[in-house]
Write a protein that binds this ligand. Structure first.
Ligand code: 5GP
Ligand code: ZN
Length: 161
């Protein structure tokens, strides 16, 4: 099936993913209406609200609460607007929910003025856990040091240096 969001689920198309589990993926909208505008999509292809089963919808509700907490913590969101288009106004025919964080600076509007929107990659950085980033960086550095050391020991033992 030629579906953009299915391609995002499979990783064929990259996305700024902020959360995922077996059932859903949450990533930042490429053309945000608010800073932190995110989309919750199901990993399985459902067309719209009429197509999706109640169990999956119940799970999505839990994820909405989780994402709101994350947006409060990482972005300082003070409110959240939830949109979900079906058929009319639904550009991508794969079930998705829009999460639009609200802030004092935007007058608590769900759609920010264009000049208030910051680039998506900058918003994404705010979601990153820097402790994990530094841990991965440190481990990679350690790995390179060990490899270089072993290489030098090997060279010395073969009397090349
Ligand atoms: P709809 O109008 O179907 O409710 O919303 C579709 C949303 O998907 C739009 O807000 C649009 O900006 C977003 N979108 C379209 N293509 C891409 C893409 O390739 N990547 C991401 N992250 N969002 C997309
Ligand atoms: Zn799809």
């Amino acid at each position: 099936m030629d579906c953009l969001f299915c391609k995002i689920v499979s990783g064929e198309i990259p996305s700024y993913t902020i959360y995922e589990d077996d059932i859903v993926k949450v990533f930042l909208d490429i053309n945000p209406d608010a800073n932190g505008h995110a989309l919750i999509i199901t990993k399985k292809h459902f067309l719209n609200i009429m197509d999706i089963d109640s169990e999956t919808l119940a799970h999505i509700n839990i994820i909405i609460k989780k994402m709101y907490n994350l947006m409060k913590e990482k972005l300082g969101a003070e409110g959240l607007t939830i949109n979900q288009n079906n058929d009319c106004g639904q550009e991508i025919k794969h079930f998705h929910i829009h999460l639009l964080p609200r802030y004092k600076y935007d007058g608590y509007h769900s759609v920010c003025k264009r000049e208030e929107i910051i680039p998506v990659e900058k918003t994404y950085c705010k979601f990153k856990d820097w402790k994990v980033f530094f841990y991965v960086f440190y481990m990679s550095f350690l790995h390179i040091c060990c490899k270089t050391f072993l290489y030098l020991v090997l060279l010395k033992s073969t009397k090349r240096i």
